[in-house]
Design a protein around this ligand. Structure first.
Ligand code: SF4
Length: 309
């Protein structure tokens, strides 16, 4: 996948796929039936910028449902990485919402949690989005007794719910509380069932299994930005390939990863634990958006849900 392709396909999502356009249709019972009739691998689900779920045909040989071996290996030659600019995040919560919608996440959990942070009483607060960090030295995978959660060549940590036995060792091992558990039988929507299960998207859900942010592994395989990154109107989230030394945001900006991290003093959360997260943060210095509580701050979403911290 070339950077140009990645950017173009990412922008398709960021800029908005016109629902109903040729080859793409809003999810409806007829569209789902058509996708189901076509069989696994013939169609995929996508989310437009308008928040509509659509059924789209698999493109150019793209695999809508990867084999188990493909899902466990990842995309050859890639090392996916995410950067979150705390100076630009305005706490709107769009990343959390679009993630929940695209993964059919139940209302009692969030793959990306937004925390209100404050270093001291004398400093302004800021927002801290926390996905799974897809650690390069993940304690979660080491404790799994059945190999249900695993680290791929492309850096993504996934869970295979067809193997998961529900022991929750992984949840205890994760120092970032990035995992959730299906305590009761999930109410899977038709669209989730229609697509069929893959560890790359984690649905339809199963009772007694763990789940978490998956870095939108299927989107990366299909040369698109993760939903959260594509939806971030502030351009505060970046995603790309460490091997290419390039990351892209929703505004269509593509920059060198190493330069961004060097010039903006990038860091990894609780790096001292040795987990080696694949998510980097840029400090909340010289903020370009209002801090929580300041005039102009985008806090409506979080005020309804209550501040996380
Ligand atoms: Fe595992 Fe937690 Fe690291 Fe994600 S953040 S890879 S769940 S240890």
């Amino acid at each position: 996948m070339e950077r140009r392709d990645f950017l173009r396909t990412g922008l398709v999502t960021a800029g908005g796929v016109a629902a109903g356009a040729a080859g793409v249709a809003k999810v409806s019972s007829s569209a789902e039936a058509k996708a189901a009739a076509a069989g696994p691998g013939a169609a995929t689900l996508a989310l437009t910028a308008d928040g509509e779920l659509v059924v789209a045909p698999a493109r150019n040989g793209a695999t809508a449902v990867p084999t188990s071996a493909e899902a466990r290996r990842g995309v050859p030659g890639r090392r996916w990485v995410m950067v979150i600019d705390l100076a630009s995040c305005d706490g709107c919560g769009e990343c959390t919402q679009v993630c929940a919608k695209s993964h059919f996440v139940p209302g009692d959990r969030e793959y990306i949690r937004l925390f209100k942070m404050r270093e001291s009483a004398d400093t302004a607060p800021y927002w801290f989005p926390r996905p799974c960090f897809h650690c390069d030295n993940p304690p979660c995978t080491r404790v799994c007794p059945v190999g249900a959660t695993f680290k791929r060549e492309d850096g993504i940590v996934l869970i295979d719910n067809e193997r998961c036995i529900g022991c929750r060792f992984c949840m205890a091992a994760c120092p970032y509380s990035a995992r959730s558990f299906n305590w009761s039988r999930p109410d899977n929507p038709t669209a989730a069932v229609t697509r069929g299960y893959s560890p790359e998207w984690g649905y339809p859900r199963r009772v007694g299994t763990a789940e978490k942010c998956d870095f939108c592994a299927d989107m990366a395989r299909d040369k698109q930005l993760p939903h959260c990154v594509a939806k971030c109107s502030m351009g505060a989230m970046w995603f790309g390939d460490e091997n290419e030394d390039a990351v892209t945001n929703a505004k269509g900006d593509t920059v060198r990863l190493t330069t961004l991290l060097r010039d903006r003093a990038g860091f990894r959360y609780m790096e001292e634990l040795g987990t080696k997260p694949r998510v980097y943060y840029l400090p909340a210095a010289n903020r370009r958006s209002a801090a929580p509580g300041e005039p102009g701050a985008n806090t409506g979403n979080l005020q309804r849900r209550g501040d996380q911290r």
